[in-house]
Design a protein around this ligand. Structure first.
Ligand SMILES: NC(=O)c1ccc[n+]([C@@H]2O[C@H](COP(=O)([O-])OP(=O)(O)OC[C@H]3O[C@@H](n4cnc5c(N)ncnc54)[C@H](OP(=O)(O)O)[C@@H]3O)[C@@H](O)[C@H]2O)c1
Length: 336
């Protein structure tokens, strides 16, 4: 079967290989992979920035979707024909995360999804929403679930205001989920065109952060001076000070990204005097994923896909991701 392997770090070392087809063990589920989607983490793996020891060669990319072909005799969650997605934090089923469950992650250290046939433990998979194609469902496991978890933990309800940073995959899912919860949304972006597209998706206010580097004050202005109830902090060091400026007293900041730098200077006066709740987020358990799938099905929500690449175009997809011109998710169609 066709697969893509990373033999050494760097985009030049992604190569198509022929691997033997896997067989499911008693708890295993054999899946015909039909689609994948990219997250920044996948680029960190390929470029050698991932912090954990990774054995090479490895099949890259964490998020994928497909159809169950065969199940082991102990499998109770799936049957042949079911549409499934991967579930990235594959030991975190429910409740609080435990240290011993960290690191059980598809797409390094566990093999990723860029292969036509893959066997997964039944708890490394989740049911795909019935109305979505595999291409659409493949965008959910990391980006959508992280956005879902941020809004759940922030307890966003009707009439509240949420601030979203940039127009990447996580932010656009957060925009869609915030709308489902009846919240008002403010989005910042480097591009007026992208802000127009975000407004078409339901964003109430758009601010261009390239034109307005001190956007925190504008966000407060847009909330009548009070500040937003929650910030979905996807960027990190480059934006945390402005996010603290934008959030209301006793507001919530979901700290989950670092494409704008890992080491932030924290203006403690704002954290303390505003009594801000800073909540670190690293994806979410399977029970939250299942709540998200139910909500997506109940509302008919469809992911925002910027561009679809073919199986053999993984390198081009990574180059597009790193260029940062995308709006929403980048997907890989295994049949193209
Ligand atoms: N903790 C977790 O569980 C978790 C899960 C998923 C992702 N993440 C992290 O969350 C972050 C976002 O992920 P993603 O998949 O949504 O990324 P993405 O699709 O690549 O989107 C990134 C977007 O961020 C915006 N941006 C970049 N620099 C910015 C700045 N200085 N100020 C404001 N916006 C800026 C850009 O939007 P514009 O082009 O509109 O300006 C860019 O398109 C990444 O750091 C990722 O690693 C964390």
């Amino acid at each position: 079967m066709r697969a893509i392997e990373l033999s050494a770090f760097g985009l030049d070392h992604l190569q198509q290989v022929d691997l033997s087809a896997p067989r499911p063990g008693p708890n295993g589920v054999l899946v015909r992979m039909e689609a994948a989607s990219l997250n920044f983490r996948d680029y960190m793996l390929v470029s050698g920035q991932l912090y954990r020891g990774v054995q090479l060669p490895i099949v890259p990319v964490s998020d994928g979707a497909g159809t169950v072909l065969e199940v082991g005799e102990a499998v109770t969650r799936f049957k042949p024909g079911d549409g499934v997605t991967t579930f990235y934090k594959s030991r975190w089923i429910a409740g609080a995360m435990r240290p011993e469950w960290e690191g059980a992650e598809i797409g390094a250290p566990y093999p990723g999804v860029m292969r036509e046939l893959a066997c997964f433990d039944q708890y490394s998979l989740a049911r795909a929403p019935g109305h979505l194609s595999s291409l659409q469902a493949a965008t959910l496991p990391i980006a959508a679930l992280t956005a879902w978890q941020a809004l759940e933990l922030a307890r966003i309800t009707t009439g509240q205001t949420v601030l979203l940073l940039g127009t990447g995959g996580v932010s656009l899912f957060a925009l869609q989920f915030a709308k489902l919860r009846g919240a008002r949304t403010i989005m910042i972006s480097s591009s007026d065109d992208k802000l127009d597209r975000a407004k078409a998706l339901g964003a109430d206010v758009g601010i261009n952060y390239s034109k307005h580097p001190q956007w925190g004050a504008l966000v407060r202005e847009a909330t009548g001076g009070a500040g937003v109830d929650a910030v979905i902090e996807t960027i990190g060091a480059a934006t945390l000070a402005q996010s603290l400026d934008a959030v209301r007293m006793h507001g919530f900041i979901a700290v989950l990204g670092w494409i704008g730098g890992m080491d932030a200077t924290l203006p403690l006066s704002k954290v303390v005097l505003k009594r801000v709740h800073l909540q670190g987020i690293s994806v979410a358990p399977l029970e939250a994923h299942e709540r998200m799938v139910a909500a997506i099905e109940a509302t008919g929500l469809e992911p925002e896909i910027d561009r679809v690449f073919g199986f053999a175009q993984l390198r081009a997809a990574f180059e597009h991701l790193v260029a940062g011109r995308h709006f929403g998710k980048l997907a890989i169609d295994f049949n193209a």
